[in-house]
Design a protein around this ligand. Structure first.
Ligand code: SF4
Length: 352
């Protein structure tokens, strides 16, 4: 198990629930825009928000934002150690640096001393696009081994400064390389690991790539916090991050909705029914953890619908509704979702 660190009030590692992060993409000097976007991210379940700090004014803005939100904030710093120190002094809950581009051991030491004084962790983040020259030469280019070596070297540099409050990330846009590099690092460190596929792309391709890359690591027990990186609204990153955790069985969705893929036997508008059920269940006042099955026909439908807490099996322009394994009603197609919601509300009220 990894060690545990804290980013603000959020625990990372050491068996804590895996957190979902994102990064603001509004102007880091615009306090109002930052607060608005942090609010949007919080509304969809984001646990931790990272903000790019490109200059001193951004570090001061971070300080003002820090005082107006509960969200744990990570300052993302490149190249200039003075920005890292300023971000720490302005209240960052964690900083992300790549020691390889901070300039010198002495500059890294100054950042570490500031983090120590303010008792905040440092995420060491290495990226396939910025590996050290000697590592690139030794491995003949960017490799998983090189990426892992760079991350472990950066961790060792800071550990030698008597600082242990660390997390690590190593990111490549190559899913296989990313996975292999994480395996190497996970076997050699107990620092919490921030996982993700960097520059995964636009929503469509990026979410698949992230699901495969992040999902593969999660299935191996690697990863304490994650970010899905998409060329899109950061809100989408959080939504997909949560969905990946749910699909991996690491978070319980409010409703586990099962629906069949439809086939030539389907005689109801199953896509419409499933989408309506998903929409209405998301807003319904019901307890978490229910399984609801929306099935197209009488072949697999009744079995799945009976196994679920609640379910529908479609027929010819009509369908049957199951609750807790019992067939309750046969209703016309257009009334199926209304009746399902009614049945669920009544049953769940009784259970409560
Ligand atoms: Fe086809 Fe019925 Fe299976 Fe749905 S449940 S895919 S309609 S056989």
């Amino acid at each position: 198990m990894t060690k545990q660190i804290y980013c603000g009030k959020k625990a990372i590692g050491g068996g804590a629930p895996i957190t979902v992060q994102s990064m603001t993409n509004v102007d880091s000097h615009d306090e109002e825009a930052l607060l608005r976007q942090i609010g949007e991210l919080a509304a969809v379940g984001c646990d931790i928000v990272r903000i790019a700090i490109p200059d001193m004014e951004a570090a001061r803005t971070l300080g003002r934002v820090r005082r107006k939100t509960e969200m744990p904030l990570v300052a993302d710093i490149h190249f200039d150690h003075r920005l890292a120190i300023a971000a720490i002094e302005n209240g960052a809950d964690k900083i992300r640096i790549n020691p390889g581009n901070i300039g010198s051991r002495e500059k890294v030491r100054q950042v570490v001393e500031a983090a120590k004084a303010h008792q905040i962790p440092i995420r060491v983040g290495v990226n396939s696009g910025s590996l050290e020259k000697d590592i690139l030469e030794k491995n003949g280019g960017v490799t998983a081994e090189g990426l892992a070596e760079s991350a472990l070297r950066s961790l060792a540099l800071i550990e030698d400064m008597d600082f242990d409050d660390l997390a690590v990330s190593l990111k490549s846009s190559d899913v296989r390389m990313n996975c292999q590099a994480h395996r190497i690092v996970a076997a050699k460190t107990t620092h919490p690991i921030h996982i993700g596929i960097t520059e995964a792309g636009t929503v469509q391709r990026g979410k698949v790539k992230s699901a495969v890359g992040i999902g593969a690591l999660l299935m191996e027990g690697i990863g304490d916090t994650l970010r899905v990186s998409l060329t899109a609204d950061p809100v989408e990153e959080v939504r997909y991050g949560i969905q990946i955790l749910e699909a991996a069985g690491l978070r319980y969705p409010k409703v586990n909705l099962i629906s069949c893929p439809t086939c030539g036997r389907t005689k109801v508008d199953l896509q419409g029914l499933a989408e309506e059920a998903e929409r209405r269940l998301a807003d319904a006042d019901i307890r978490h953890g229910l399984t609801v099955a929306i099935m197209g026909c009488a072949v697999n439908g009744p079995g799945e619908a009976r196994e679920a807490d609640y379910g529908i099996a479609g027929g010819q322009g009509k369908g049957v509704i199951f609750a807790k394994g019992q067939l309750l009603l046969t209703v016309p197609e257009e009334e199926l979702i209304d009746q399902l919601m009614k049945v669920m509300e009544e049953h769940e009220r009784i259970i409560r």
